[in-house]
Design a protein around this ligand. Sequence first.
Ligand SMILES: *Cc1c(COP(=O)(O)O)cnc(C)c1O
Length: 509
Amino acid sequence: MGSLDLNFTDSSLSQSDVFKPLEPEDFRKQAHQMVDFIADYYAKIESYPVLTQVQPNYLLSRLPSTAPYLPEPLQTIFHDISAHVIPGITHWLSPNFFAFFPATVSTAAFLGEMLCTCFNAVGFNWLASPAATELEMVVMDWLAHMLKLPTSFMFSSGTAGGGGGGVIQNTTSEAIFVTLVAARDRKLEALGTNDVKNLVVYSSDQTHSTFTKASRLAGICPSNVRSIPTSRDSDFALSPELLRKVVEADVESGLVPLYLCLTVGTTSTTAVDPLEPLAHVANDYNMWVHVDAAYGGSACTCPEFRHYLNGVERVESLSLSPHKWLLSYLDCCCLWVKRSDLLVNALSTNPEYLRNQPSESDSVVDYKDWQLGTGRRFKSLRLWLVLRSYGVANIQSHIRSDVRMARMFEGFVKSDLRFEVVVPRKFALVCFRLKSFSRAEPSYVDSLNRKLLEWVNSTGHAYVSHTVVGGVYMLRFAVGATLTEERHVVAAWQLIKDGADAVLKVKGV
Ligand SMILES: *Cc1c(COP(=O)(O)O)cnc(C)c1O
């Protein structure tokens, strides 16, 4: 790699090589090599430390500071991926990854992703690729059926233009943002004002932090963003009685309730807000209710978990991220609404260069009006491939197998008197900690748990994360990485016990 000589001209390249960035036979050859590289990576993923051990700037210091002027062979690039990139990866697909929530994947989703990338269809409106729009409508209805959502959330409910239906957003953050903006504009129109200063939004203190961000972006005054406290007694679910009190107080002081964000499976502990009674309160005050089921929603495709969605007929919108638990690659967040016309009112644009007959005739869905951006990828292919290749039966058994492994881990924790399960397990996440013991200060017990987490993660054999809820520091063990088998959970528990031995011994307990 010599220093960059900017005086090179095209004559430095061989004259016989006309540059062809997408030549089918080159593509075939190189893509096969890449597939082999990826399959090898998956096959030996367990040999890497799960949590990367590199230090900040490690890659900046290793790679050249300017791009090559002349082409480099793929083999050289592969070499650098192995030597420099992989050491800086935290291996989310490792079977020993138990942190945060899993990022589940599958062969079918990968194939769908290949097709999505293959067409590179930029489906901002129907005409830009009718198949992209209509396949998304089909797949969103399929998923809605799997979740037993009311038909009011489906295209097949037949309400012409502006009725119910689903759309694939990139992230939950965008799903919340677009619905909040739709709710805001509807409310302002009803009030006959442009002034947002009296609008109030509600959620629990366990709601994902992105809700505060979305509220800020939607212009809600920071002092009108209510984060209602929850407690360990109610497993950190939002209380309908408390919600009503807070809303009543706001109404009395002349404020206008706008939006309630509920969660099925909170990020810290997978708490579930009771939709039915909470939506009742919200309905009394004409609020938009959104359900964030980013993680927990996937489980509701199994009948034994569906009750967590009871009351969903009373809400305006629901989102779920298949990239968390439905074997899809990042990123993919499914959003269903009952009144798509409200999204369109808030988000539509109509520049001359996008005008076309089907859109003008109002006979088609133009997804650009349901989202923040204009361009959008053909992501429904991933879900379509997953659902067709595996069938609902395998999706359910995949969820159940993760839950079974989590239950097994929960049993291990309960069988060791040094530990406790802090919050009852609902899905495939176990929140646990080293227990307090006689005369130990809470802060001392927290520090032991912190040490334990560091000990476990520094081995590279497993990656576990933490949270603090209700003032209690706890470890989060989330089962569900696609490659995880029982033996990995057993090994991780052994590792955690070894860590407890080490931490408690050093501390002289
Ligand atoms: C993961 C998660 C989010 C964040 O989702 P993004 O798609 O990254 O914006 C939001 N809510 C819940 C409940 C989550 O678990």
